[in-house]
Design a binder for this molecule. Structure first.
Ligand code: NAD
Length: 458
């Protein structure tokens, strides 16, 4: 049956306008049902992730379904408080009145997500949007069909279509959808498509969140615990074969510890993935041929010091280290989004900071160091979305801190309380008493009132 987008969107708008999503009790009930349905369908979700990305069950739970359940648990625990009006102070000039901010849903939200964490990156914003009282059109990436089907089955079991509609499709579906007026757009994907979404949103004056990517640097200085740094970097870089928006894109290390770090990185790859990663069942695969071939172009054989083997039939690329990489190399011109780890070295802190500052603000920045002054300097002077000190990636795995980019890596953020706020408009409301009515604001203006106004407003 031909899908009529106009009808789908209108049905959601009509449903929203019935006020059906405003009851916090109902929202909570729906989130509870979603929690249960995800739990009942863990096998189907994990199987989808295995088929799409070769993810192991442990990784799927740790990085996708487990984090989704954790966001749901947070919302179930806090939704009542989050949805309450927030009392705020009132200036003396407005006596006798009360002021409050009333969280209100936007209406019909469009969520578009990428393929690299298809479960987490679709359900997490969905949870926040539903908690805030919106209806959702959820557009899943065309590259992860197996995970998509499992997600769709879950959603359709919990929500009627007019509350949440799941759509599949790529460029064409996005372009069609963007012709319509939504009340909020939440997009996760590349900078390139983010700009297109932003342009369309501007045309309709639709508020947006853009969760984009970028080249996230990983700084390792001479005061770092090198063994632990290597262990954590190898885990975070090769997780999901580097197809992680906050993966350390490249290492920027002090020349002084370069040799030791390289040795430890190689040792850690062998410990974590074995000597034949391509046959390791817990090591995933590149999403499709297009990305596989894009990554092959970045494998500069002159600079490979470890790994480099590839297998087209299974779309696998070994954890690969490129050493002595220069700013001008191809691998430094785009977000890698694959299991290729370039190492650059710096002679001076100033040179390293300058280089990062001159580039687009990254989504994440990591520093392995025990030098407090340096950590302070970099975290305050350099612009980036978020990050870790002495670790990688895990700053996004918490409902207690918002996650989002900065500058070219995105606009806005979500997760937990901030996720609820992202999908809410806060109406500022002042409630005035009818018992007292001060005369000084009314015309005709009088001289003695002018002085009185100045005592309130100065
Ligand atoms: P993408 O931007 O290429 O694709 C996103 C979606 O947009 C896809 O469904 C695609 O079909 C569609 N699309 C492609 N061209 C389009 C066009 N011209 N008009 C409208 N829609 C179009 O991103 P991707 O390859 O799915 O994901 C990889 C990117 O996403 C990386 O840059 C990564 O860093 C970023 N990412 C960011 C986060 C985050 O939370 N900040 C998370 C994951 C991925």
């Amino acid at each position: 049956m031909e899908l009529n987008l106009a009808e789908v969107i209108q049905a959601q708008k009509d449903y929203f306008h019935t006020g059906a999503t405003l009851s916090v009790k109902k929202r909570k009930q729906k989130l509870k049902e979603l929690y249960q349905e995800i739990k009942n369908n863990l096998y189907a979700l994990h199987e989808g992730l295995r088929l799409d990305l070769g993810k192991s069950e442990t990784e799927s739970y740790m990085c996708e379904t487990g984090l989704t359940l954790s966001e749901l648990s947070y919302m179930l625990k806090h939704i009542k408080r989050l949805a309450k009006r927030k009392k705020v102070s009132t200036p003396l000039a407005h006596m006798v009145s009360k002021s409050y901010r009333l969280p209100s849903p936007y209406g019909t939200v469009l969520i578009m997500n990428p393929w690299n964490y298809p479960v987490l990156l679709s359900l997490e914003p969905l949870i926040d949007a539903i908690a805030a009282g919106n209806t959702v059109i959820l557009k899943l990436s065309e590259y992860s069909p197996h995970s998509n089907q499992a997600i769709k089955n879950i959603i359709e079991h919990v929500f009627p279509k007019e509350y949440v509609t799941v759509l599949f499709g790529g460029f064409q579906m996005n372009s069609e959808l963007l012709k319509y007026q939504f009340d909020y757009i939440f997009f996760t994907g590349s900078k390139r498509v983010g700009k297109i979404v932003y342009e369309h949103a501007a045309h309709c004056l639709t508020p947006v969140t853009l969760e984009l990517g970028g080249k996230s640097p990983c700084i390792v200085d001479e005061t770092a615990n090198i063994k632990l740094a290597a262990k954590r970097i190898v885990w975070g870089k090769f997780l999901n074969l580097g197809q992680t928006c906050v993966a350390p894109d490249y290492i920027f290390c002090s020349e002084k510890i370069h040799d030791e770090l390289l040795k430890e990185l190689i040792r850690q790859i062998q410990i974590q993935f074995g000597s034949h990663p391509l046959t390791n069942p817990s090591y995933g695969k590149i999403i499709n041929e297009k990305h596989f071939h894009r990554l092959l172009q970045l494998l500069d054989s002159k600079k490979i010091v470890y790994g480099g083997a590839t297998e087209e039939a299974t779309l696998k690329i070994e954890p690969t280290i490129l050493d002595r990489v220069e700013y001008t190399d191809a691998v430094m011109q785009e977000e890698i989004f694959g299991p290729i780890l370039p190492i650059l070295t710096y002679q001076s802190e100033a040179e390293m900071i300058q280089y990062i500052k001159e580039k687009d603000a990254p989504l994440a920045l990591y520093i392995f160091s025990s030098n407090k002054n340096r950590i302070q300097k970099i975290t305050t002077e350099v612009g980036f979305g978020g990050g870790c000190i002495n670790d990688v990636v895990i700053h996004l795995a918490t409902p207690y801190m918002p996650f989002g980019g900065f500058g070219a890596s995105g606009i806005g953020s979500y997760h937990g309380k901030v996720g609820f706020e992202t999908f809410s408009h806060y109406k500022s409301i002042l409630k005035k008493s009818t018992r007292i009515d001060l005369p000084m604001r009314y015309q005709p203006y009088k001289k003695r009132n002018k002085a009185l106004i100045k005592t309130f407003l100065h």
